[in-house]
Design a protein around this ligand. Sequence first.
Ligand SMILES: [Zn+2]
Length: 80
Amino acid sequence: MNNMNMDKLPNAYPTTTVSLINRLKAEKCEMCGATGKLTMHHVRKLKDLKGKTALEKRMIARKRKTIALCGNCLKSTHQR
Ligand SMILES: [Zn+2]
């Protein structure tokens, strides 16, 4: 009984919703939303992001050094 109570998050954020969001994040390109084979693009430091491209702006907004990209978006990142 105690374990069940500990698993519960506040009502505003049901556990099922959280895990669903995380799954979608992991399976979709974070730039164009394409599904399929994704590659994690990452920078060494957030400071390295200049915000020149939509990709960098998104990473800065999320304060994340990694972002899941599909093949097309990854290509355009490296061909600047
Ligand atoms: Zn993409």
